[in-house]
Design a protein around this ligand. Structure first.
Ligand SMILES: Cc1cc2nc3c(=O)[nH]c(=O)nc-3n(C[C@H](O)[C@H](O)[C@H](O)COP(=O)(O)O)c2cc1C
Length: 223
């Protein structure tokens, strides 16, 4: 079983968010997973330019590190996404990475996988960022086992408490993967989302050749 940690902080080894990502990975490792870490800020990831080539042909026009990252995610059963709060949102690096996963939403590429989120902030935006990261994982088909954050500017002990909770969440991630745990609330949200996406895929049947064929092959367009 493989679990990947992905951090969107530009602060490298000094990142507080990295601490939480590493705690999740350590919890997962102790529970028996192979772990790997990816620092988005050390990778070459171009902006999505909205050309829709992914929807039409099933591949991106950019030749950068994203293909390798997606392959690693596809080979793993679980992942943790981490971002500091920047202007009450995820960092630009995390957002650029997520934009490039747009076709993973339409193809539900991470169906059957499990994820969790971590974030740090001085004082604001923590729940918004944790909620956002979780909802994007749901959109790509993954189930989430939880989220852990710390407002480090409000409480100097918050990071230590969050560290412990992140470690436990790593164990929980592995347990959920092993048990193939179901989350009925998330499943209902996903079903409603798929219902809305079906209209989008049908509306684009002439120009999103890849995604339309993919949905047909998966039997997702039958009513
Ligand atoms: C550009 C920038 C924007 C930030 N925006 C916010 C913010 O909106 N609210 C907040 O409470 N902290 C904000 N912070 C503080 C970071 O969220 C906080 O220091 C965080 O723990 C950094 O995580 P890192 O060490 O993993 O990079 C911001 C920091 C920077 C550099």
């Amino acid at each position: 079983m493989k679990v990947i940690g992905i951090n969107g902080s530009p602060k490298g080894a000094r990142s507080q968010t990295l601490r939480l990502v590493n705690s999740v990975l350590e919890g997962a490792r102790r529970a028996g997973a192979d772990i790997e870490f990816l620092d988005l800020c050390k990778l070459n990831i171009s902006y999505c330019i909205g050309c829709d080539t992914c929807h039409d042909r099933g591949r991106c026009i950019h030749e950068d590190d994203m293909g390798r990252i997606i392959s690693k995610m596809m080979e793993s059963e679980g992942f943790v996404l981490g971002s500091p709060v920047y202007m009450d949102a995820v960092t630009g690096q995390m957002k650029t990475f997520l934009d490039r996963l747009n076709d993973a939403v339409y193809c539900q590429s991470f169906l059957g996988k499990y994820g969790c989120a971590v974030a740090t902030t001085e004082y604001s935006g923590l729940n918004e960022v944790l909620g956002y990261l979780g909802s994007i994982m749901h959109r790509m088909g993954a189930s989430t086992v939880g989220a852990v954050g710390a407002a480090v500017g409000l409480d100097s002990a918050a990071i230590y408490q969050a560290d412990r909770r992140a470690f436990e969440m790593g164990r929980e991630l592995v347990n959920a993967i092993r048990a193939k745990r179901g989350y009925p609330d998330q499943e209902r949200t996903r079903a409603a989302f798929m219902g809305r996406m079906k209209h989008v895929i049908r509306a684009h049947r002439e120009d999103w050749f890849h995604d339309y064929q993919y949905w047909k092959s998966m039997g997702w367009l039958e009513d």
